[in-house]
Design a protein. Structure first.
Length: 620
């Protein structure tokens, strides 16, 4: 204990929290502390601007070591290694085998085989698919379109009849009838019980997990991080309950489950999510009374979310996936898939797949993220987030349990209502640019013109509900889709027509006109309009003449609030068919509206709805 309390910098007097708060309030100069510095998260709790050692008090799990129950600090005792996974779509087994062997030589340590047909996976076909692949050196993951036992049993038989050390083979089969239920709307009463033969067959391969809980379905449907975690844990608990009721031991049931979680761009929150998930899952499994606490390890495969990926300015997706991969690895993920930057809108290419692989290899070989066990340990911020997420997720998890478990809660519509409410809130914030999608709803590439042809489905939610679905289903989508549809409409219109031009009539106060012109250029470029900024005009007449000469469709007056009352009406008198817009929300807005000037753009605008309205006015 003495070592823990040893002070490293004894020459400096300690600063109390009260002193820090006093200094912060002094620097704020009267601004509201809560509004200026405290972040209200989607997850339902507040994040303070800083944390101190006192915030770690009472967190009992901090006394555990990495690799020890409750596994908050990771499943590994001596390192933070993870599997680098690449998915391969299997339509031809020989071709898939060739690609697998190729990528294994390029840094991949985990293969995800995504099959197109339910009955295609047999012991014989696996012999073709896995030819020359050392199963002791690479993780194998089988993702079948049907939740039957065939692929799991076939893999267990293939391994058992081979010359492998079964205990060193690491694999998964990703059977998830409950997850399929959330997307398709149907589930058989005994769907989970039917998985018992697969669970029993998997026991022949010690590290073969045949059940995959897909939390990423919630993440890609607009859920919060708390919702994704809570509902995934509730699904896991449902599997534990039904499997043990069907005669499977708690240890075998828990060891059969693998969680597939998404990764958002909420960097520190995602690190904390995995830590909180391991804490809660260990407590859930412990409640079932396993013979070995080691059965309570939460094994998580993390995949970069589709929700925040974009079609426009797609190379920004690489920036998003890089920080997401960092979150997952620092949080202690078992394996990670970085989706190639173009995966959402076209078939991936050797280039995009190479970049995705190298993003993780960089984290290992250059940044050494795999070398230190629990690299985020001791961070006052992350530890506090971990506890807050755990508390919120546990509360929601209990709400699901009170409704009879996940399936019952989903049939009631509780889960869908929670996700839809959160998604609507996020959509609103994206529309108002309070949640930014760089290059899409904020700071678009002014020169980007879409040349590819897409059908409308690219900009719509994915509806996989089967005919006669018993419940409302989750419908994965991307937050950028409404903005992409907006801009794509302009691009299509401009193939045969003049592209609309928004002209910045900058006049008056230098500071205000520059700032408002920059804001307005970004505003209208989001819809794919051409924009023309200007250094400034000496008179209204000069500005209007320049706008007409440029062929402006929209004239945006950029000046100061004090000058608008005089300048804007003078501009309005000289315009013909051009649409007049005022940059800002000046005090004289009502006075201007009384004169028929009704278009204003400012930081509180719902940019999505307003740009749609401007497209309508322009006949697009």
């Amino acid at each position: 204990m003495a070592d823990k309390e040893q002070k490293l910098f004894t020459d400096f007097a300690p600063i109390t929290t009260e002193e820090w708060e006093a200094k912060i309030n002094a620097d704020l100069k009267g601004k509201d502390y809560e509004r200026s510095l405290v972040w209200n998260t989607y997850e339902g709790f507040k994040v303070r601007p800083y944390y101190r050692q006192e915030n770690l008090a009472g967190k009992e799990y901090l006394e555990s070591l990495p690799g020890e129950f409750p596994y908050v600090r990771g499943n590994n005792k001596t390192n933070n290694d993870w599997f680098i996974r690449q998915n391969i779509f299997v339509t031809d087994f020989e071709e898939a085998n060739k690609k697998a062997l190729e990528v294994l030589g390029k840094g991949i340590t985990s293969l995800g085989f995504l099959f197109s047909e339910c009955g295609s996976v047999t012991k014989e076909s696996l012999g073709v698919l896995l030819k020359d692949i050392c199963l002791e050196a690479a993780e194998i993951n089988l993702v079948c379109p049907c939740d039957n036992n065939h692929c799991a049993e076939a893999f267990a038989a293939y391994v058992s009849e081979g010359n492998w050390d079964n205990d060193k083979v690491i694999a998964s089969a990703s059977l998830d009838p409950i997850g399929t239920f959330t997307l398709k709307g149907k589930i058989e009463e005994d769907a989970v019980a039917k998985l018992v033969p697969a669970v029993e067959a998997a026991k022949a391969v010690k590290n073969f997990r045949v059940i995959g809980v897909h939390g990423k379905f919630f993440a890609n449907s607009g859920s919060s991080i708390v919702q994704e975690l809570a509902f995934a844990l509730a699904q896991g608990a449902e599997y534990l309950t039904q499997l043990t009721e069907a005669g499977v031991s708690v240890d075998d049931a828990a060891r059969a489950i693998k969680f597939n979680m998404g990764i958002s761009n909420n960097y520190f929150m995602e690190i904390a999510k995995l830590r909180a998930g391991r804490l809660l899952w260990s407590k859930i499994v412990e409640a079932y009374g396993p013979e070995c606490k080691c059965s309570a390890k939460m094994i998580v495969h993390s995949e970069t979310n589709r929700f925040n990926k974009t079609v426009y300015d797609p190379y920004v997706n690489m920036l998003r996936t890089q920080t997401e991969a960092m979150s997952a690895t620092l949080g202690g993920a078992h394996s990670v898939t970085v989706l190639p930057f173009n995966a959402i809108y076209e078939e991936t290419t050797p280039f995009s797949e190479r970049i995705a692989r190298n993003q993780q290899i960089l984290l290992k070989e250059e940044s050494h993220f795999d070398k230190i066990a629990d690299p985020s340990a001791g961070s006052y911020y992350i530890e506090t987030l971990t506890e807050a997420l755990a508390d919120q997720a546990w509360e929601l998890f209990l709400a699901v349990q009170e409704k009879g478990g996940f399936i019952a809660a989903f049939k009631e519509g509780f889960v869908q209502a929670e996700v839809k409410a959160m998604a609507a809130d996020r959509d609103k914030k994206i529309a108002q640019r309070r949640e930014n999608l760089l290059g899409t709803n904020q700071f678009p590439n002014f020169t980007e013109k879409m040349k590819a042809d897409f059908d409308g489905s690219l900009f719509e939610a994915v509806d996989l509900a089967e005919e006669g679905a018993e419940v409302e289903t989750l419908k994965p989508y991307r937050g950028a889709q409404p903005f992409e549809a907006l801009r794509y409409t302009t691009d299509m219109y401009s193939r045969e027509n003049k592209r609309p031009l928004a002209f910045m009539l900058t006049i008056g106060n230098l500071t205000f006109r520059k700032a408002r012109a920059q804001f307005s250029c970004n505003f209208f470029a989001v819809a794919g309009f051409d924009v023309q900024d200007n250094n400034g005009f000496a008179t209204v007449e000069e500005g209007v003449a320049a706008a007409k000469a440029a062929g402006a469709d929209i004239v945006v007056v950029c000046s100061s609030d004090e000058e608008y009352a005089e300048i804007v009406p003078a501009v309005a008198e000289q315009l013909d068919e051009e649409i007049l817009v005022v940059a800002g929300a000046p005090a004289c807005a009502d006075e201007l509206k009384a004169k028929g000037i009704t278009n204003f753009v400012h930081v509180k605008s719902n940019i999505l709805e307003e740009l749609k309205a401007y497209q309508t006015k322009l006949g697009i």
